[in-house]
Ligand binder design. Structure first.
Ligand code: NAD
Length: 500
């Protein structure tokens, strides 16, 4: 934690220019693999937000009037530039987040897919029309951008989550203010350089940094028309409440506790591999992590020994060196490491049995990194402290149930509703699960059923607040408003213009 190690600041980006912020407190950005500080982020407030929103507002009229196919050309060029810079950006993601390079590649690849989706904006923006709704009268609806819109992001996907938002928003003709996570601000800082090269006009995408004060200023700003938020449930709920009370359109994706139902007829090898990836990919710091397994009947005895062996063999280590990558990296901070470890302690204390223990994992090559090994903890009961909260770390809690119906009812008792998966070879069981589980994204023999860019990221219950989800056609709907025009032209004879 040596401040002298800080080699980077995070200026504001507004109207196509970088601007250092003076006189504000700052937050530190770590390389979680090493426990060292790599940058500092200014904690901005209303003054900086006003400046950045003003830049976005000034750029809006010209960008709105830029034809959709011209706006799409910027995104086509950006896609190529992102591909060229792909590996370098991914190493940056691994360094500021701690996830492995292969997970960082997934993070950016999914983000690029949103850019590809947004390249189709001329088609996606098309309206509807009906000729002759009454004699001589036609009606059509078209889509218009909202104006200045803002995105507020979590730490766990430094590329993907911001890119869920701004490619679609700007393709629709809006100008954008991005507030990246103060824990991982560097990836988007690098992408800005590519957007400039792609020819994005100044002021179309802008960046402000900070925490609650900065977010509140965005929520209260009269020139911000819509807020796209992704983060934890308590903050998402509050953002939705405050944003809508200020007359804004809000989509707010929250936290999760995703259940994975293991049926006795599941394919053992493929299931344990998928459950391992679902629980421990990105060190469990995924809103679609399969963090809670329910073993039905004899599924526990059939699958858990193989799962424990596989998990026990995982290598944990630093992810910031290209040529030597572990199976799992560090968690985001020392505080988060302590929180996750404490939850496992509490879970064990309440009677659950630790099968694979990651609490004491040491990494000799990087002794100051924020490492936890993967933990599998069995015989967790619904009243166990591990069940009352989103753990968001490399911990798989296993519950036992007698029947599929019991397992679904365990899953439906919790407040979240992001994802849920079942592993089975029975079509009947899969169908019953898909119909009855109270979650918005369902996997059948798929551990992480995260939809690609063309589909909505459709969380339910306490995992989402709002009406229109992020991504896909719902994303286009969110960032546009409709105008319906009814037209009647009087006959030539009445006007007498053409006859003369
Ligand atoms: P977080 O809620 O702590 O922070 C998210 C953003 O909100 C950050 O930009 C932060 O600066 C800001 N923020 C924090 N506290 C605030 C407050 N009181 N008022 C206003 N703004 C505030 O989340 P995080 O720890 O960065 O990210 C992890 C969380 O995000 C997990 O709960 C995870 O499940 C969730 N997540 C959800 C999805 C989804 O699609 N549902 C996707 C990714 C992550």
């Amino acid at each position: 934690m040596n401040p002298a190690a800080v080699d980077q600041t995070c200026p504001l980006y507004l109207g196509g220019k970088w601007k250092e912020v003076a006189g504000r407190g700052s937050s530190q950005v770590f390389n979680p693999s090493r426990g060292t500080v790599i940058a500092s982020v200014p904690m901005c407030g209303a003054a900086e937000v006003n400046e950045v929103v003003a830049a976005a507002r000034a750029a809006f009229p010209d960008w709105r009037d830029t034809p959709p196919n011209e706006r799409a050309q910027v995104l086509f060029r950006l896609k190529i530039l992102l591909e060229d810079a792909f590996e370098e950006l991914c190493l940056g993601i691994s360094t500021e987040h701690g996830k492995t390079l292969s997970e960082a590649r997934g993070d950016l690849r999914r983000g690029i897919e949103v850019v590809e989706f947004a390249c189709g904006i001329p088609t996606l923006l098309m309206g509807e029309s009906l000729e002759n709704i009454a004699r001589g009268i036609d009606c059509h609806t078209d889509r218009h951008p909202l104006g200045v819109v803002a995105g507020i992001c979590p730490f766990n996907f430094p590329a993907l989550v911001p890119m869920w938002m701004w490619p679609i928003a700007i393709a629709c003709g809006n100008t954008f203010v991005l507030k990246p996570s103060e824990k991982v601000p560097l990836t988007m800082q690098r992408v800005v350089g590519l957007l400039e090269k792609a020819g994005l006009p100044p002021g179309v995408l802008n960046i402000v940094h900070g925490g609650r004060e900065c977010v509140d200023a965005l929520l209260e700003h009269p020139d911000v028309a819509a807020i796209s938020f992704v983060g934890s449930t308590p903050v998402a709920r509050e953002i939705h409440r405050k944003g809508t009370s200020h007359g804004k359109r809000v989509q707010a994706a929250g936290g999760a506790k995703n259940f994975v139902i293991l049926m006795p007829d599941a394919d053992v090898d493929r299931t344990v591999e998928a459950v391992k990836d679902g629980a421990f990919g990105c060190a469990g710091e995924r809103c679609m992590a399969g963090s809670t397994a329910v073993a039905v009947g004899e599924a526990g005895d059939k699958l858990l020994p193989a799962l424990a062996d596989l998990v026990g063999a995982m290598k944990v280590g630093p992810t910031d060196i290209r040529d030597s990558q572990p199976d799992m990296g560090a968690v985001i901070s020392a505080e988060h490491k302590a929180r996750v470890s404490g939850l496992v302690d509490a879970g064990e204390h309440a009677g659950a049995k630790v099968l694979t223990d990651g609490r004491k994992t040491k990494v000799d090559a990087a002794p100051d990194g924020f490492f936890l090994g993967p933990t599998v903890i069995d015989h967790v009961t619904p009243d166990n402290p591990l069940m009352g909260t989103e753990v968001f770390g490399p911990v798989l809690a296993v519950l036992r149930a007698k029947t599929l119906e019991d397992a679904i009812s365990l899953a439906n008792r919790q407040a979240f509703g992001n994802g849920a998966s079942i592993f089975t070879s029975s079509g009947k069981a899969a169908r019953e699960f898909r119909r009855n589980v109270s979650a918005g994204m369902v996997g059948i023999n798929v551990g992480v059923p995260a939809p690609l860019a063309y589909f909505p990221f459709s969380g339910w219950n306490d995992s989402f607040f709002g009406d229109l989800h992020i991504q896909g056609k719902e994303g286009v709907e969110f960032f546009t408003k409709r105008k319906t025009t009814t037209t009647r032209w009087f006959s030539f004879g009445d006007g007498e213009v053409w006859a003369r």
